[in-house]
Design a protein around this ligand. Structure first.
Ligand code: SF4
Ligand code: SF4
Length: 226
């Protein structure tokens, strides 16, 4: 949820765009219709996978998310929602904006606080009928489980650090490999991979203090805090 307190007291939306610049909304069941109608495409979305650390605005701080969170992607160069037109300072899908955008009142956040964690849309709601693909996503979720990754990262400092390095590297390689394989074998648009499998581990693993480098086909990892 975007926590925004206006600088000056107000009682109505002046469409200043401040909330849109802080990032896109999370999706709820009420928003599924926009995907069905093709107003919002899967390539506009990304998934924060179960167990991934995300900022919790209500309690504050980074916390692992309890289930998928599907969000509208940001712009390439900023956190701003990709549907926010910076030049015109407006939402390009205003008439069809998602639930969170409709209920957000920066001067009174009670309504959005009530719905924020309710009825969140997950990949299962959208993809579980697609048999082969859904099986593959479940397999990826299990092999690239963030709880397991966190455990292995802790082990990078321990007695069995070589095993931990090896296992972690294997997971990162698998994640990268399965993404290219899906694109290559099924012709899937690479732009929807962040929705199908969440963001690549090479990026998200930074939140555990681990840096990944790629040279050719090979990855190396190191702890940022070393
Ligand atoms: S709800 Fe968003 S667009 Fe409306 S006044 Fe508040 S920050 Fe600006
Ligand atoms: S969908 Fe529209 S209203 Fe919602 S955050 Fe994006 S630009 Fe703003």
């Amino acid at each position: 949820m975007k926590k925004i307190q206006p600088d000056i007291p107000r009682s109505e939306c002046i469409r200043c765009g401040t909330c849109c610049k802080k990032g896109g909304p999370c999706f709820h069941h009420e928003d599924y219709i926009m995907i069905e109608k093709g107003i919002i495409l899967l390539k506009h979305l990304y998934t924060i996978r179960k167990g991934e650390m995300a900022y919790e605005n209500v309690r504050g701080g980074l916390v692992p998310v309890p289930s998928d969170i599907i969000k509208i992607k940001g712009r390439k160069d900023s956190w701003a929602c990709m549907f926010f037109d910076e030049k015109e300072n407006n939402c390009t899908i205003y008439e069809n904006r998602p639930l969170e955008c409709r209920v957000l009142k920066c001067w009174d956040t009670r309504e959005i606080e009530q719905i924020y964690t309710e009825n969140r849309l997950t990949r299962k709601d959208i993809l579980s009928d697609i048999e082969g693909l859904w099986g593959l996503i479940q397999d990826h979720q299990s092999r690239c489980d963030y709880e397991k990754i966190g455990y292995l990262v802790k082990g990078l400092d321990g007695d069995k650090k070589n095993d931990a390095f090896e296992n972690l590297l294997e997971i990162i390689q698998y994640d990268a490999h399965i993404r290219s394989l899906i694109v290559e074998k099924s012709g899937t648009d690479p732009q929807i991979m962040d929705f199908l499998l969440g963001r690549p581990l090479t990026e998200t693993i930074k939140m555990f203090g681990v840096k990944v480098e790629k040279q050719g086909e090979h990855f190396s990892i190191r702890l940022n805090r070393i």
